[in-house]
Design a protein around this ligand. Structure first.
Ligand code: ARG
Length: 458
């Protein structure tokens, strides 16, 4: 007999039972479901809606159930459909018919909404902490290699040299925005839907503020219809998670490129790589590859939930049960990705020898030669053309701009003097970019200080 079986004359078709049940995935809500019920039962007693001693029996039973759930000592049944009815049945087995009083003034519709809000508050805090850890790792590595110069790219072609610390800190600021989005989503998650009933509120004199206080919610929903049908906060989470994964995926792509023989700028630690079953020499960057690959499923979950929601009339519809698997899978994809990245970044080796060798075949100081001519009075467009010719000449003669003689410079423009050699040194090129946000050592030191302040480290 189902908890709701009163008006039914035949038992549920087995396929329907399997198709509509959510216990397979919503058992993850067991703890928050019980915590919510403890607060609800306590309030029912305090408001005189059920006798105080019954409330006490419910609370004690729920607490012992919580311990057993935490120890994995309970068994959930698919016949009981979802976590809410499983918990109620388990409570019944423990405390008898008084368990039937727990659901007074409450519906599964506001109950499941409450559970997801409670669950996501913890999850968002975990994500923010994991983002902070990764940011800390980036700052550490940036500080350790603060003056290493690498080629900077646009169009994946050498463009202008930058400090590797500057490059890594770019990810710090992306993650800073991510942390902001997570904190912002937290505000809409920190709202209590309980007390909405099925959709219209309840006839019992419940005290929502009391429950709100006990469960530690900053706000409560002011409209019962909105309370049971709102999943905006989950969309916000999936959207913030999608951006976060996109950032990790771009970072992945760079680590994969950088650890290839062709670049060779970094080497990932063995413990973050895997080998090949056939090719003995291989060391593959599987972790960043998988993070890049798994970004797709997170985007999918965002699209999935938006699509579930777009045609739903108020208030609760069973479609809303589809909010959970994508959200859970996103968490299970995102959190380990952040943890893995933190370890991978901390342990990666920066290969200065390879970086220096790469810079020796480099024209990323060409803009600065053009700027040099501009300072000597040539219009930028003309300077651009002169340096273009110079680069063409150097390429043809197997040299870079630091290796040309003064005569070779002068052959392109009489404005060149011996001070051009100071101009083309990569240190000069980098350190001239001193304006705030630039790659000069002084600007990056300033940036590092700001980053540490954001982390509370300075
Ligand atoms: N398992 C349901 C869900 O996840 C709980 C709410 C069910 N409410 C209902 N009236 N069938 O959405």
């Amino acid at each position: 007999m189902k908890l709701w079986g009163g008006r039914f004359t035949e038992s549920t078709d087995q396929l329907v039972e399997a198709y509509t049940a959510s216990i397979g995935f919503d058992q993850r809500l067991a703890e928050v479901d019980i915590r919510g019920s403890i607060a609800h039962a306590t309030m029912l007693g305090q408001c005189g809606i059920i006798p105080e001693q019954d409330a006490q029996i419910l609370v004690d039973g729920l607490k012992s159930l919580l311990t057993d759930v935490q120890n994995g000592a309970v068994e959930f049944r698919v016949e009981d459909e979802d976590i809410h009815m499983n918990i109620e049945r388990l409570l019944h087995e423990r405390v008898g018919p008084v368990a039937g009083k727990l659901h007074t003034g409450r519906s599964r519709n506001d109950q499941v909404a409450l559970d997801m809000h409670l669950f996501m508050k913890v999850a968002l805090q975990q994500i923010e902490a994991a983002v902070r850890e990764l940011q800390t790792a980036l700052v550490e590595v940036a500080e350790k290699h603060r003056s290493v110069i690498i080629p900077g790219y646009t169009h994946l072609q050498r463009a202008q040299p930058v400090l590797i610390s500057h490059h890594l800190l770019a990810y710090f600021w992306m993650l800073e925005r991510d942390a902001g989005r997570i904190r912002d989503a937290f505000k809409r998650t920190d709202m209590m839907p309980l007390g909405a009933g099925a959709l219209a509120g309840t006839t019992f004199p419940i005290d929502r503020e009391r429950v709100q206080q006990q469960l530690g919610f900053a706000e409560l929903y002011e409209n019962s219809l909105d309370a049971v049908s709102d999943r905006d906060y989950l969309v916000e989470f999936l959207s913030a998670a999608s951006l976060l994964m996109m950032h990790l995926s771009r970072f992945s792509e760079e680590l994969i490129l950088w650890s290839s023989e062709e670049f060779g700028f970094v080497e990932l630690a063995d413990r973050y790589c895997t080998g090949s079953s056939m090719m003995p020499q291989k060391k593959n960057p599987d972790v960043p590859e998988l993070v890049r690959g798994k970004t797709g499923r997170v985007y999918g979950h965002l699209m999935g939930l938006l699509t579930v929601l777009k045609g739903l009339p108020l208030a609760y519809n069973k479609d809303l049960q589809e909010d959970k698997e994508g959200v859970f899978d996103t968490l299970d994809t995102l959190l380990p990705a952040l943890w893995l990245f933190t370890g991978m970044v901390k342990t990666m080796k920066v290969r200065e020898d390879r970086i220096v060798a790469a810079l020796a075949r480099d024209f990323s100081n060409a803009t600065d030669v053009a700027d040099y001519l501009v300072r000597k009075g040539l219009p930028f467009r003309e300077a651009h053309a002169v340096v273009g010719k110079l680069v063409l000449y150097a390429l043809g003669n197997g040299k870079n701009l630091t290796e040309l003689s003064l005569d070779e410079y002068k052959a392109q423009s009489a404005l060149f003097d011996a001070d051009v050699f100071e101009t083309v040194s990569l240190e000069t090129v980098v350190n001239r970019r001193e304006a705030r946000g630039g790659t000069a050592k002084s600007a990056v030191e300033f940036q590092l200080q700001l980053a540490k302040q954001k982390l509370g480290l300075a």
